[in-house]
Structure formats: C-alpha cells, structure tokens
Design a binder for this molecule. Structure first.
Ligand SMILES: O=C(O)C1=C[C@@H](OP(=O)(O)O)[C@@H](O)[C@H](O)C1
Ligand SMILES: C=C(OP(=O)(O)O)C(=O)O
Length: 438
C-alpha cells in the first residue's frame, strides 16, 4: 500500500483574546443545491456569492461533464449556469456527500452511462439507501456504494418510494432536488428512526419552492415523514447565496475560547442553515451573542460552561461544539448524533480519540459524546481527511500550547485558505487593540 505523508501545521496559539471581523464565503449546502437546480432548470440561472471549494468545484465539474455549461462571471463566485441536454460521463465525488447523493438522480435523467467514483474514504459512506430508492423509481444502477454506475435513459418514471433516511437527510434531499424532472415526480416516505439534519431538508424544500416547484411536506399538511414533489418545470433563479454559517462556527468559537470578540457580517436574519444554532449554543455556554442588523458578534466569557444538548438536527456543528466542550469547565453531553459515524469519517470516534490523546476525558456513547473537563496538553491532532476535524483542532490550539494539526489542507473541502484566514485572525489584533477585518 502507498504511504502518504501528510503535512503538519503548527496551530496558532492566541497569546491575547482574538478580536476580528471575519467575512466567510458562501454556503456549501446552498451552493450545491443551487447548482443542481440550475442544471435542471428551464433556462440560465445565476449564482451570486457561490462557494468555491473542493466540494462545490466537484459539483461544477460533474455537471459540466453531464452537459451543463457553468461560466464564471466577473469573479469566481458569480456563476452563470446554462442547462444542456444531459449525457453520460465520469463523475468524481471526492468525499462530498452532496455530490455522491444529489447527483445519481440527475444521472438517471441523462442519456448515457454515468460512472461515479470518489476518495478511498468515500467508499464507506452510506449510499445504498438512495441507490435502492432510485432503482425502485425505475433507474438502472450497478453497485451499492462508490464506485457505481448509473445507466441513464433520458428520463425516469419516479413515483412512490419508502426509505429509511435515519442515516442521512441527504437521501431525502437528493431525491427531492431532481424529482420535478421525473415523469411522475416523487413521493418519499421515511420509515425508521428519526431523520437527522432536518434543517437541510427544509433548505431543499425552500429552494425547490423558490424555483417554482410544488412540494408538500409534513409541515405543509402532508402525511407524517412524507415529502411529495410534483412533476413540472424548475424555474431559472438568480440565487443569492448566504455565507456558510457552519464554517463560521469555528471563527465564532475562537472568540468564545479566548475571551475575545469575533464578528461575522452578512448573517442572515432568517435561514435554514443549521449553523444559525451556534448562537444559542454559545449563549448556553456562557458567551455573549449579539445580532446587530446583519452582523453577528460573539464575545467570549472568562470560562465556558459545559452543555447538555441534542445535536440531531444540527450534527454538522458537532466538531466545533466538541472542541468548545473540551475547553469548558463543566461536563458536556452531546446527543442524537449516531449518524455522524457515516460523515467524512466516524466523527464520534475521531473526536474522542483526538481529544483523549491531548489528555481529555471523552467517552463515546451509543448516540454521542460525553466530555468531562480536564486540562489539555499539546500534541499532534489527526484530521482523518475531515475538514471539521481540522478546524476543531485549530480551536483547541488557540488555548493549548504546542498543538500541531495534521493535514490542515483538508479544510479546502469547504473553506480553501482556512489556515491563512485563521492565522491572520489570531495574530492581527494582537497588541493593536483594533478590530481588524478579514
Ligand atoms: O444536505 C446537506 O447539504 C447536508 C446535510 C447534512 O448531512 P447528514 O444528514 O448526512 O448529516 C450535513 O451534515 C451535511 O454537511 C450537509
Ligand atoms: C457532513 C458534512 O459533509 P457532506 O456534505 O460531505 O456530508 C459536513 O460538511 O460536515
């Protein structure tokens, strides 16, 4: 087997409170949904403030392969997307859940064979549920995980399907996003333990409706655990993409753990992004949180208190919350997140292993983590090719001496240049008393 040596990055230690304004690029989840909808729309769409990162560039490349034209306008974050007849080709998914789960339904609509593959680590991410669902809706698919092949027939019957989406909300979102283009649309019924990351399904539904697609949901009078998308036209939309609030959580946490003050501009007043929940989480842990217009400011307390919280709906925030909890003065219980074992890596195992290697006291439970306070020491923090593991290590490194993060470059999955932005944020205000902006 090939041995790969991963780079080591000395995590910046905050000698003083972190004080900064940090401008975050667009949301991964919104960008990749907008790209799919634009590729299936009846005319050209524009995306403004799109995220450019490994996950979104993989989506752009895949859609181009399948026949969509994606052009960068004046800057790389404004994209003009012109749909074209969908054809076969090879799709590289990397480690992106949104690519491996949102694109197979699009591939079923293509005229030709679409081959999917991804990173070695992506081959263990759950996929069978959505591939089986597509088969029962009329698709011809060979395989149950990456790599797999979809024999696109130019159309898909669609109809009614029952799935167990307790492993990932992306199974539901993936089916709904393309379903207006299926002959019969789709009715997705969930049967199993509760579906995680519901705000991400709400994001899907809201964006479909913005594109003129008729969607019925449990909240809009539909049956429990059932979503229905009617067949019809997907309208072209000028999408304005919000900043990525999940990525913002690490920067806000920097204020929380250093008694500093971090502002994130363009915070949406209303959003389906789960990252918005960081406001209540940080408040509960003792920070001050203020939304002035569209500027969110977090001011850190002297010490953070522990937290007992169900993160089932906002599992994406777990690495940030675990890092905060590892630095808090009381115990924390993070619950409802068994599905994180199928994320970029098994995040429950990765977080407990890495925090414990620093002298922490973390126990993995059946559906989460119990984190008891200890004094942490430095060490090498492994990232497991997981962008949020790398950023969690960086949070701890702000206040623990001699922390080294292995493979910080993995943050490019959703935030290329993370390490430079982070280092600039930590060092710039030191000694100046001014709040610099990045
Ligand atoms: O639909 C989406 O954009 C996402 C849904 C969630 O997936 P799970 O439901 O698998 O947790 C989330 O964790 C992921 O980062 C992005
Ligand atoms: C789970 C995540 O990503 P993905 O879209 O690859 O599932 C994440 O970004 O935390």
């Amino acid at each position: 087997m090939e041995t790969v040596s991963l780079s080591l990055w000395k995590a910046p230690r905050a000698e003083e409170p972190v004080v900064a304004t940090v401008v975050l690029p667009g949301s991964k989840s919104i960008t990749n949904r907008a790209l799919i909808l634009a590729a299936l729309a009846q005319g050209p769409s524009t995306l403004r403030g799109a995220l450019r990162s490994r996950d979104t560039d993989l989506m752009i490349d895949a859609l181009r392969t399948l026949g969509t034209t994606v052009e960068e306008q004046d800057d790389t974050t404004t994209l003009e997307v012109t749909p074209g007849p969908l054809r076969g080709g090879s799709v590289e998914c990397g480690l992106a859940g949104t690519v491996m789960r949102f694109l197979p339904p699009v591939a079923a609509l293509a005229s030709g064979t679409v081959r999917f593959d991804g990173d070695e680590q992506a081959r263990t991410r759950p996929l069978g549920t959505i591939l089986d669902a597509l088969r029962s809706l009329g698709a011809d698919i060979d395989g149950n995980a990456l790599p797999f092949t979809v024999e696109g027939r130019g159309s898909l019957r669609g109809g009614h399907v029952t799935i167990d989406a307790s492993g990932s909300s992306q199974f539901v979102s993936g089916l709904l996003l393309s379903a207006a283009a299926f002959d019969e649309g789709v009715t997705v019924h969930h049967d199993g333990k509760s579906v995680p990351s519901m705000p991400h399904i709400e994001m899907t539904v809201e964006m479909l409706r913005a594109a003129g697609v008729a969607v019925s949901t449990p909240a809009s009078g539909g049956d429990a655990d059932t979503w229905r998308v009617s067949p019809g036209v997907i309208r072209a939309v000028d999408w304005a993409i919000e900043p990525d609030l999940s990525n913002a959580t690490a920067f806000l946490a920097a204020a929380a753990v250093t008694s500093g003050e971090v502002t994130v501009p363009r915070w949406p007043g209303r959003t389906t992004q789960p990252g918005d929940a960081i406001r209540e989480i940080l408040l509960a842990m003792g920070a001050q949180v203020r939304l002035d217009g569209d500027e969110l400011t977090v001011t850190g307390p002297g010490t953070l208190t522990g937290i007992d919280i169900d993160l089932h709906d906002v599992g994406e925030l777990t690495p940030t919350v675990a890092a905060l909890a590892a630095l808090a003065e009381g115990p924390s219980h993070l619950r409802g997140i068994a599905h994180l074992r199928g994320h970029e890596t098994d995040r429950l195992a990765a977080l407990s292993t890495e925090i414990n290697a620093l002298g922490g006291n973390v126990t993995e439970t059946e559906d989460g983590l119990t984190i008891a306070p200890t004094t942490l020491h430095g060490g090498t923090w492994h990232s497991y090719a997981d962008h949020r593991m790398a950023t969690a290590g960086a949070i701890i490194g702000l206040v623990v001496d001699d922390m080294t993060i292995e493979d910080v470059g993995t943050t490019a999955k959703t935030l290329p240049g993370f390490e430079n932005l982070w280092a600039a944020m930590v060092t710039a205000a030191a000694g100046t008393g001014r709040k610099a902006s990045f």
